[in-house]
Design a protein around this ligand. Sequence first.
Ligand code: SF4
Ligand code: SF4
Length: 248
Amino acid sequence: MTSWIRHSAARGILTSRYPDRAATDEELPEAGRTPTAHPEELARLSDGERSLCPTGAIREQAVDQGRCIRCERCFAFGLRPLGSPAMNVGTREELRESAGLADRRPTSVAPFGTSLHVFMIDVGSCHACNAEVLALGTPYYDLNRLGLFFTNSPRHADVLVVVGVPTPEMVEPLRRTYEAMPGPKAVLAVGACAIDRGIFADGPRTGSSVGEIVPVDLYVAGCPPPPVAILEGVLALAGRGATPEERR
Ligand code: SF4
Ligand code: SF4
């Protein structure tokens, strides 16, 4: 027992301090940040340069964060990652306009209490988004310390986290999972595949996006998004998301 106390005292607290403190560089690495550019920079791009983006994320006025898979191809013609850490959590329109949570104060989408139960469904991921969601249950992120819990049944869930691009076989299970949840309930789509079919948009086995099958309340962009951004998404659904001031 004494040795365990000595060991803990020597190591200190290893659990993430998020959201009480801002996310660290390790939790929100630059490598996962979406590129950004002013509309005039985007307007200068040639059609050939735009076509290098594998997901068509580069639009006239903004980079669609929901489609961007952070492949960094566009860095060759001048786009750069966002200068400051951004969670890239927002509505579909906010991600399309590269606004994310940067300018808004998140509010709860449903009258949830302080404790939320989360059920994850994988409708066709490469497993990376799946793994990042499950990382929230590790001692480092320890989502239980925030009153958040994974549940193994949609009948006990408040929040449905969806990862992957829906394959035909998973369309009906996704719909039935949503219908099995009691109200109030919310849906969080995690990763480019769940947002708009990502790199598999033109694949032979992909049709509808998650938002065309169930009503999505909030999206977490990335390929995959880091666990801290997914955590931010769940907290935002509960009306406990950080404001920009609190995040600094
Ligand atoms: S990082 Fe890749 S996916 Fe994102 S805008 Fe650039 S080229 Fe497109
Ligand atoms: S968004 Fe990227 S990491 Fe997530 S399932 Fe799709 S391909 Fe994999």
